[in-house]
Design a protein around this ligand. Sequence first.
Ligand code: CTP
Length: 479
Amino acid sequence: MANILKNKRIIVGITGSIAAYKIPYLVRDLVKNGAIVNVVLTPSAKEFVTEITLANLSRNPVICEMFDLNAQKGGAWHIHLAHEADLMIIAPCSASTLSKLASGLCDNSLTTIATALPRNVPLLVAPAMDSTMFENPATQRNINILRNDGVIIIPPEKGELSSGLFGIGRLPEPIILLQKIIDVFGENKTYQSKSDLKTGDITQSETPDEKSINFDLKIKEALEKNIPSLSDIVEKDKWNAEFEFTKLKQNFSGEKNYMSLAGKKVLISAGPTIEKIDDVRYISNFSSGKMGYALAEVAKSLGAEVTLVSGPVNLSAPEKVNLIKVNSAEDLYKTLLSNFNQYDIIIMSAAVADYTPVEKKGGKIKKKTTGDTLILELKSTNDILAEIGQKKSPTQFLVGFALESENEIQNGWIKMKEKNCDMMVVNSPNIPDSGFGSDDNTITILRRDGKEINYQKLPKLVCGIEIFKNIIDLIGNNQ
Ligand code: CTP
C-alpha cells in the first residue's frame, strides 16, 4: 500500500511551531516507504527541531539558509528542487508562513520553494498554532486564499495545546499526515469490509427487508459460496493497522462516540479456564486474555459500567473495571449465570475449556500408581454462551466468539444461530502472530442483521473498538 510513495520526491517544509517535533517521525516514515525526502526549515523551525536529526532521517542535507553555499549546486537550486518534486508538504505551518504563502512573499528558503512549485505539484499545508491565532480572521482569510489557489489544507485538530489551553490548533499525528500524502498520490486503502461497509459507515440504517434475517439462508449461502479462509481474505499490513488505530482513537475522543455506552452495564468474560487433574496439574489452553481485557478497556472508556470475569492471566485489569477472578469452567459458569441478567451487553470472549476431568484427584497423582500411561476421563463442560443465549431477555445484547480452524465464516453463522447470539466474532488459530497470545487479532464480525465484516490483522484494542462500534450501531438502530 505504501509503495505508492516509492521514489516519490517529497519536500517537507517545517516552520517554527512546537508541533515541529512530530515531523521527524513523518520524515522517517516517508523514507521507510521509499520516498526521496528533502527537508526545508524556516530559521525559526531550527529552534524546535535539529538539522542533524532531519538530515539523518531524510538521508539528505537539510536546507535552511537561502544563500547557504552547500545548496547552490547547479544554480537556481530552489527552482530545480521545486520542479523535481512530486509533492510538497508544509507541516506545521505557522500563521506567519500562511500569511507569506498567501501573499507570495519569498523571504526564506521554504516560502521561496513553495512559491516556485509548479502548479501541477500538490502543495499540502497543515496549519498548527494556538486557537486564537488559528481563529484570527487574518489567518482564516489566508487559509481561504490558499485553498482557492489550489493548496490542500490539512485542518488542525481539537485538543490540548502547548499553551495549556484546549481548543483547535493541534497538528495531526504524523501517521495522519502520511495518510494524507498517500491519499493525494491517489491511493487510499484502509481495511476493506467485504460487505462494503466501511469504517464510519456503520450507522447506515437497514431496509425493513434486511432486518428480518433468515439465518438458515445465511448459513446455506455461506456453505455454497466457497468462502476463502480468513487468512486468505485479510491483508496483513501493520502500518495500516496503526493508522486505523490512531484514527479510531481520535474518533473516540471526538464528541460523536464519546461516552456512547454511558448508563450501560457490560459483562465480559476473558482468558482461559483451568481444569484441575489433581492439586498440581491442570488442563488449559493458550488464551492470554488480551482480547477480553481490551474489550473491557474500550467499554470503560466509552462510559460503561464494566465487570470482567477472568480466568488466570498475566494481565492487570483496566482501571475502574470490576474484576472477578475465576479458575475453572464451572466457576465461570456459576459466576456468569448468577449475574448475567443484570447486564445490557454480555461478551463471551473467554476460551472456556470444553472438557474437564470427571474426577478431580486430591493431592498429587503418583506415577507409581498409574504406570506408563494415565487415562483421564473427561466430560463436557456447560456451554455458558448457549445457556445465556437461551435465557437472555430480548433487550440484552449477547456477543460470542467463534474460534474456527476451517470454514470459519459458515461455522461462525452456525454457532451464532445455535447459541442465539446478536453478534459473533470469528477468528482463526491459523493466522501467524494473530489470535491466541498475540497482541493482534484477525476477526470477522457477523451481525444479527446479516452483515459480515472482515478486518485485516489489527491490534486487539482496535478489534475491541470495532466490536463496540458494531454493538453500538445495532443497539442504537435497534436492528
Ligand atoms: N463457550 C462457552 N462455554 C463453553 C465453550 C465455549 O460459553 N463451554 C463460548 C466461548 O466463550 C465462545 C463461544 O462459546 O464465545 C464459542 O466457543 P468455541 O470454542 O469457538 O466453540 P465451541 O462452542 O466450544 O465449539 P467447538 O469447540 O466445537 O468449535
